[in-house]
Design a binder for this molecule. Sequence first.
Ligand code: SF4
Length: 288
Amino acid sequence: MICNLCPRKCNAHRSITSGSGFCKCTDQMKIARIAPHYWEEPLISGKNGCGAVFFSGCTLNCVYCQNYEISNENKGKYISPKELAKMLLELESTGVHTIEFVTATMYVDKLIETLKIYKPSVPLVYNSSGFEDVETLRKLEGYIDIYLPDFKYSDDKLAKRLSNCDNYSDIAKNAIKEMLRQQPKVEIGDNEIMQKGVLIRHLVLPSHTKNSIGVLNIIKDEFLDKALVSLMGQYVPYGKANEHSDINRKITKREYNKVLDELLRLELDGFAQELKAADKSYIPSWDF
Ligand code: SF4
């Protein structure tokens, strides 16, 4: 295939054995882990967990990625849509409340092929970096119930340095607008699990509270009352974070509270994580 699935628009050749694009993904779907996952927001994980499918590779490759081995080193196993469909059925039968596709952008066509074979009846969650192409998102209309995008940066210079991309804030804004077009209303079921809608995540980075406050203000200006917000304080230095002195530590309580105060001041609806989640033990093992 010739790939232009994400905003990088590599026009890259992806064959069965190699990928010449930024993400280096081949034409085959690759997955690092499929298992119940209990550490998402309560509306997504609930008591029984969400069935998380972690795809290998990423279109952003943030230097500090908390899933570095799978996003930057493409660790994982190849799997066909037919095999994944069978595994989704098994995952659903464990009683998970939702099924979540984590960083599936590079394999959107294969994911749709999978869901044409078997579409689970629990809500389907598309967990994304926010760095998405609107045309690619349109392909997912009718398949995805809940969009879970990150909004990582209001500071595009920071995005360039840490995630090697241009115009992140505008790209994420337009992507979330498309997600909201498809799922305009947050719906929560009797089981207190989200059934439809958009939940925007923001991970606070050390030394960059100004970036975080900028993100929250964009969310207020563009998406107030349309989407929920989840503020995350779980950052631990990982991957190549040690090459950047500003992000080579956890965030402080003072930094987190500063961003949290802004969230409250802006009256954004959603969640704020406890700082004790900032521990490497919350990172799953990538053992398929
Ligand atoms: S999905 Fe990968 S190959 Fe395709 S445009 Fe994005 S980075 Fe390039």
